[in-house]
Structures are given as C-alpha cells and as structure tokens.
Write a new protein. Structure first.
Length: 311
C-alpha cells in the first residue's frame, strides 16, 4: 500500500483564519531564550513569553515524489521546486512533531504523532520523557484534526490510552467527522478507547488561559490551529494547513489531494502566508523540518520559510 493510501486509511474520518496580532521583531531573528536545555536530539525547548514549550520529535514520513504517494499532482514541478531549495527532488520528507506547552498547572500536548503508523519511528513518549514529562502528567491533549499521524499516538500498541489522565479536546465538527468514519478507517478500537476522555469544543474556543483554537479551513471539516499567547508574544500552530516547508510555502496554489476542500485549503495557505509575512508571525509547523519553528518571509513574488535559529 503506498503512503498516500496509508494516510487515507489511517485518517479518522473523524473558516476563516482568526486574527493573530503581530508580534515584535521582523524576520527569523534569534529565538526567545529557552528553558533549561534538554540533552536529546528529539527535544527542543523554547519559550513563548513566560510559557515553557517543547518541540517533540515523533518521526518522519518520507513520501516518494511520484503519483500515488505525493499529494501534489505536478511531480515534475515539485522536483524542480525541491531541487532549487537544495533538497532531493525524489522524496518529500514530512517531520512529525507534536508540541508541548506548560500553561500554569496545565500540561498541554498538541497532537499526538502517529503512534508508529505510516513508517514513523514512534518516538513521542521517549521524547516526552527526555523533556522531563511522564505521559501521566499530561492534563490536556489538543487535536488539530483526526488524521492518523496526529491521533495515532493517543493509544499504545496494546490499545490503552497513552495519556490516561488527559482530557482530549477536538473541535465539534472534527469529532463528528471522526466518529462517522472511524470504523471505515479501521480505527474503531482507538475511537472506543478515547471517547470517554473527549470534550469537543466550538471552533475558535479559548481552551486554556493561553491557548485559543483557530479554525483553518480546507484540510478536514473541523481542522484547527492553535494560537498560544503570553504577554506580547505569540505562536501559531498551523496543523496541516501546510505540509512541506518548500512546496506548501512556495506553491500554495497547488491543490493538495489530502485536503477535503481543495479551494478552502488553497485559500487558507495563501492567507496564512500573507498574514504571517506581513505580521512576522512566529509559526509552529508540525510537518516542517524539526523543530518546525520559524516565520514566513516574502521573496520575489512569493514566500519562503525561514527556520528559527537554534542556540
């Protein structure tokens, strides 16, 4: 089974972009001072104002740049864009990195990785522990959307809950989508295990003192990003509004076959890039090269991704 098919099979068939205020400073200046360093290549600690945050490596999905694997139909065009950016044009690597945020007495995990699905390495729990967090310490799990590489880590290999004390928050439209298609996607057991812990929210809801849901239309019916704010600083978690740090950014008008609403997906990407570059928004992109922190910048008549420097 090719990767595209595995993504579709693992997906739990389970709009506009809300405003994010511009933050001080332009471009990809040096990162805000991070918390105490964690000695692991799978962990990157940083700050959002007074909040501690940690990028957590789960693994990598490696797509072949060919029909049936890549969601972008123009494989020749993708090859040209990738090679111009100094990458191999034959494969498209998509990192998988959930985000941990400590918000007062809340220990919040945004997305849960693939749980070893789709050829990934299932590193999330080890990454959490390297960051000094046991899975039982997680109080809230926020789900951007119900594809397998974002919800697969909700349960372990034995089917038990990975984060047994956490409330699982997912937008109400996405939860309905998930319930409607779980059996068809072969995920009925995962759905049954997680259902007692799920608390759906209205799109755009304030979920913790510092984290607000941001509807990002197109990828799935209830796809949600998250704005994390502390004082004058903010970070926007963009979920799967963009996948590739090269293709999605430089060719946002290309249809992505994984989007359930292609036109809305294109509009969301274009809006994020325009707003991000204009306001120098700090972005967390869960599929961009680890740790997925950076900004969108204008270049010529388009945009590029500029990763945040790691000290």
């Amino acid at each position: 089974m090719n990767v595209h098919a595995r993504l579709a099979a693992a997906a739990l068939i389970l709009a506009s972009i809300t405003a994010c205020s511009p933050e001080a400073g332009k471009g990809a200046a040096s990162a805000t001072p991070a918390p105490a360093a964690v000695q692991s290549p799978d962990v990157h600690a940083f700050r959002i104002g007074a909040l501690e945050a940690v990028a957590l490596r789960d693994g990598v999905i490696t797509l072949a740049n060919k029909s049936g694997d890549s969601p972008w139909a123009d494989t020749a065009g993708a090859r040209a864009v990738l090679t111009a950016a100094g990458q191999s044009g034959e494969t498209i690597p998509l990192s998988v990195q959930p985000l941990l945020v400590k918000d007062g007495d809340r220990v919040v995990l945004i997305d849960t990785g693939a749980g070893g699905r789709m050829g990934t390495q299932n590193r999330l729990v080890a990454s959490l522990r390297a960051a000094g967090v046991d899975p039982t310490m997680v109080t809230d799990v926020l789900i951007s959307h119900a594809h397998g590489d974002h919800v697969g880590g909700l349960v372990g290999a034995d089917g038990s809950l990975t984060f047994p004390r956490a409330i699982v928050r997912i937008s109400a439209p996405e939860w309905e989508y998930m319930k409607a298609g779980a059996a068809r996607a072969g995920e009925a057991a995962l759905l049954a295990a997680v259902t007692p812990r799920v608390q759906p929210f209205a799109p755009g809801a304030q979920l913790t003192p510092s984290i607000k849901a941001v509807p990002l239309a197109g990828h799935t019916p209830g796809h949600s990003g998250y704005e994390i704010r502390s004082g004058t600083e903010s970070l926007l978690y963009v979920g799967d509004a963009l996948h590739s740090s090269v293709i999605s950014v430089q060719r946002p008008d290309w249809v992505n076959a994984w989007d359930t609403d292609s036109a809305a997906g294109v509009a969301t990407r274009q809006g994020l890039l325009e707003r991000g570059a204009t306001g120098s928004l700090r972005i967390y992109a869960g599929h961009f090269p680890f740790p997925g922190l950076g900004r969108f910048e204008r270049k010529d008549d388009g945009f590029v991704w500029t990763a945040e420097r790691r000290d």
